[in-house]
Design a protein around this ligand. Sequence first.
Ligand code: ZN
Length: 272
Amino acid sequence: MKYVNLANLQTVLRPGIVAVGLLALAACERSVEVSREAPSDDATNHEVGAPPHWGYAGDGGPDNWGGLSEDYASCAIGIAQSPIDLTQPGLASDIALSVDYASGPLEIFNNGHTVQINFAPGSTMNNGEKDYALLQLHFHTPSEHTVDQVRFPLEAHFVHRADDGGLGVIGVLFEEGAHNDALNPVLATLPQDVSEPRKIAFNPSDLLPENLSVYRYSGSLTTPPCSEGVAWHVAANVQPVSRAQLSALRAVLGDNARPVQPLNHRALSAPN
Ligand SMILES: [Zn+2]
């Protein structure tokens, strides 16, 4: 089994849907299995060249990601990493972010690190610089980004890719409050364990705040290989999620948040 890293993202055509092999984000064996390119035998993980296991605690935890593989070096030595604490932003951006997401039959699966929904072609985002296609949506409990050092109980990441290969992510933070109807389809289909994809009918734009003003900065994937050059947009308007919904998500996701990373000399734009 060949490990597919970010340098050669593969798009695997499957009947009715494009299952995008964003393996760097989805990671480890399950993503490869989902792409149906390789047997799902656990033994494949121990082949020479297979990506090492990583997680959020112990030897495979975030502090050790950089040492698990040469491919993960950026996790340790990168200077433009994500997530970050969103505080003391510089100038406000006057560039609007816009999305045009389509609803439709999609696929949801549990890859062992998060619960992810893969999108069919046709949903797009423009960040004022270029157009991106929506690839997938996944969740972190608690949030990865913090605002003035306050961590939120849930963060959703909408991962996009531009024609030039550049990645752009929209992050949405959630705080405990009212029941969020937009999460109903996710929770109704939530794969409890590492799973084959299941069908889900879902409109991703339902999860976004109406006012899409965002913090912007240049960062990285928040999971190995922690590749940099990712255009980050974190919505300033926080969305609600009920205690019961959080419990259900946490029960499946556990703690899958990377600690915040130093801003270093990067520009952080305030919400416009
Ligand atoms: Zn993420």
